[in-house]
Design a protein around this ligand. Structure first.
Ligand code: 4AZ
Length: 700
């Protein structure tokens, strides 16, 4: 449709209009009357216009005009921009030029073709026929105007071109230059370096950059420009193209341009704005500056006595921080708390945030007391300060330390008394067991039914007393436990009837435990009297068979160890059982020959009897000797425990250790001291685990 219209325009007779407008992408031009001779005095103009981005190529297929010197008669004149070509004649001479095979190119998207003839055409020259077509301009190759060229990349397309930019650049709204986004640069560090984009390579065009250095009030910023400074300038006008301006508070520096570095600028402000403008041309290298800041100086910090300061500087200024530490063994005291280190800061006013505290020597305070022990200070005046040393000891004779160690404790930096092995834990003072301070004399009178126990030679024996009369015995183990017979603590217990016990426990307040007593009925100065806090009978105790006839009594407080009150050792382990014939000592306030009550504590020394033999003897009587029982006594009778001795100790001396161990508790027997009858005892080794679990006792 469009072509058709163009065609119509081309065929308009030249006489009708001397000027023809041609706007199509291609078209045809002919001299009037072509191919007949052209008329004289012709003056025809074709204005050809194609879209921008195209140029016009004009080609003459036929050219036949009257020749004349410098084409003064008839001619075709083609103009486009500055370009002008005049054609005439039939062939090219010195003064005439025909287009021939060459096509004529417009310099832009317009071309004017003027055909002019003089008053005659005698030889009937046929004129010309020409075609034109719009052809693309490669703007990326042929830049018509240097100032319109792409800054970075150029891309041609038919009828036009477009520009693009390198990475990190953006195309300016002029669609040609490449700028950078550089308006939001904020620096908050106390020092740094700022440069124009791509420095020292040429900075981007068409850019307006803003750099801000924002420090806290109290700092002053100094800028030091590098020597390589290069901004486009002008010989007469001050920085009309590219410029660098600096605003600092109320002050302004610049504009700077050219190649002379501004050098050092003391801004005297804590806030600086750097504005950089680059226009759309030029290839200059830009600028670079380092910024530093200084605050108000603070006075030099003197370290406290027994302390140090870090870091040590010649000068301190605003925001500088200083750590103050005390030497080892010293601490700051702040609000009652001990503080390791102290930090102070230089304020904008030029003073420190707080004064220098004093270092106080660490005081570990009064060391913890050791139960049944005491403390010896190494220093004469009982110092408890850093480095002071103390020794813990247990009260000699009756207690021994566990673990056995170098019991020196030192007051350490952490304010604790510390031992090399135990750290801050304390050792324990265990009562010495099985080592009576008062020994039996070697010449003991041997009494048929027993012998008097020298006072203090069985310091572990406990009397269970009801209304001032002993009804059972017991043995002190550890500091607060008595081992006795379970049947002693069950109702009914009638020593006269020797009845087996029920499962009902006696009232806890109905009896007393007396330690340090030798006499049966008379009070003594050495004795200690206790109530029972708790009765614990063996879980396997059987009141009919007297199996596991063993119980523990917990005392309400720890006993005071003395010559007459000391514990007996528990057997080392459950396999250290007695052998037949081993001699054991049994003591108690139980009945004697003819049922008399002894005046003092009595003991017998008897051998352990073969278990089988004892079992057989009692089997005949219909009673059972079980594995948790030990028998002891003499075949011929005589030395035996009796009513009232129950619960009392059967002990054996370990010759090697020179210690006495609790092997059994008096339990039962058929009569007392009769021949072919033996006393039956509850075997402590069989209940050892149970005892240790409850009492947590360890032998020392
Ligand atoms: C008792 O009734 C008792 N001969 C203790 C021991 C013996 C007999 C009776 C052994 O406490």
């Amino acid at each position: 449709m469009r072509y058709f219209w163009l065609f119509v325009v081309c065929l308009l007779p030249p006489s009708a209009a001397n000027i023809t407008e041609l706007v199509g992408m291609f078209g045809q031009l002919q001299s009037p009357n072509y191919p007949e001779g052209y008329p004289s005095d012709a003056d025809v103009t074709w204005n050809i216009t194609v879209p921008t981005g195209y140029r016009i190529q004009l080609y003459f297929m036929h050219f036949d005009l009257e020749p004349s010197y410098l084409c003064e008669y008839d001619f075709v004149k083609v103009t486009s921009g500055d370009m002008l070509e005049t054609f005439c004649g039939r062939e090219s001479t010195d003064t005439e030029k025909i287009p021939g095979q060459d096509s004529v190119l417009s310099s832009d998207n317009t071309m004017t073709v003027l055909f002019k003839t003089d008053f005659s055409n005698e030889e009937r020259f046929t004129g010309f026929e020409a075609h034109y077509a719009a052809i693309d301009i490669d703007e990326c190759v042929e830049t018509l105007d240097e100032s319109l060229a792409c800054d970075h990349f150029c891309h041609n397309y038919i009828g036009g071109f477009y520009c693009s930019c390198r990475f990190s650049y953006i195309l300016h709204s002029d669609n040609r230059t490449c700028k950078v986004e550089c308006s939001d640069n904020v620096f908050t560090e106390r020092s740094g370096v700022v440069t124009s984009p791509d420095y020292p390579n040429p900075y981007p065009k068409s850019s307006d950059c803003l750099y801000r250095i924002e420090l806290e009030d109290g700092f002053v910023i100094t800028l030091d420009f590098a020597d390589l400074f290069d901004l486009e300038d002008h010989p007469d006008v001050l920085c009309p193209y590219d410029s660098l301006k600096i605003k600092a508070g109320m002050k302004e520096f610049g504009p700077f341009c050219g190649d002379e570095s501004p050098g050092r600028i003391m801004t005297n402000s804590s806030s600086v704005q750097v504005l950089f403008h680059a226009d759309d041309s030029g290839d200059n290298h830009g600028w670079k500056f380092a910024f530093t800041s200084l605050g108000n100086p603070c006075p030099v910090v003197q370290p406290p006595l027994n302390g140090k300061v870090e870091p040590i500087l010649e000068q301190y200024s605003f925001k500088d921080q200083v750590q103050i530490r005390c030497n080892t063994g010293f601490k700051f005291v702040k609000g009652g708390d001990e503080v390791e280190a102290y930090q102070i800061e230089c304020l904008k006013s030029g003073t420190w945030s707080s004064g220098i505290p004093t270092c106080k020597v660490i005081d570990c305070g009064t060391p913890r007391l050791l139960e049944d022990g005491f403390i010896t200070f190494h220093s004469k005046d009982n110092l408890t300060l850093f480095g002071s040393q103390i020794d813990y000891s247990c009260h000699a004779l009756f207690y021994q330390m566990e673990p056995e160690l170098n019991s020196t404790y030192t007051c350490m930096e952490n304010s604790f008394w510390v031992n090399d092995e135990l750290g801050t834990d304390l050792p324990t003072c265990h009562p010495v067991c099985g080592k009576p301070r008062i020994r039996r004399s070697s010449i003991q009178p041997k009494i048929a039914q027993g012998r008097v126990v020298p006072k203090g030679s069985s310091p572990w024996i406990a009397m269970l007393s009801r209304n001032g009369i002993p009804f059972c015995g017991g043995s002190l183990i550890g500091k607060e436990w008595i081992v006795t017979a379970a049947h002693c603590l069950h109702l009914p217990y009638d020593p006269d009837k020797s009845e087996l016990s029920s499962s009902v426990l006696i009232n806890i307040t109905s009896f007393k435990i007396i330690l340090g007593r030798q006499k049966t009925l008379r009070k003594e100065e050495t004795e200690q009297e206790y109530h029972t806090r708790n009765i614990i009978t063996h879980p396997n105790y059987n009141g009919s068979t007297f199996e596991y006839d063993i119980a523990l009594l917990e005392l309400p407080s720890k006993v005071k160890m003395m010559d007459y009150v000391m514990p007996i050792c528990l057997p080392e382990n459950s396999t250290s059982t007695l052998q037949t014939g081993d001699m054991v000592i049994v003591s108690g306030w139980g009945k004697q020959f003819l049922h008399s009550i002894p005046e003092t504590l009595m003991e017998i020394e008897i051998p352990v009897v073969d278990h089988k033999q004892c079992k057989n003897v009692y089997a005949q009587l219909g009673r059972q000797v079980t594995d948790d029982m030990i028998c002891a006594g003499l075949k011929q009778g005589g030395s035996d425990a009796c009513q009232g001795d129950s619960g009392g100790p059967m002990v054996a001396l370990d010759q090697k250790a020179n210690r006495w161990f609790l092997q059994g508790t008096v339990s039962w027997g058929d009569g007392c001291g009769e021949d072919n009858r033996y006393g039956v005892y509850s075997d402590v080794t069989k209940s050892l685990q149970w005892i240790e679990n409850i009492t947590k006792i360890k032998n020392v």
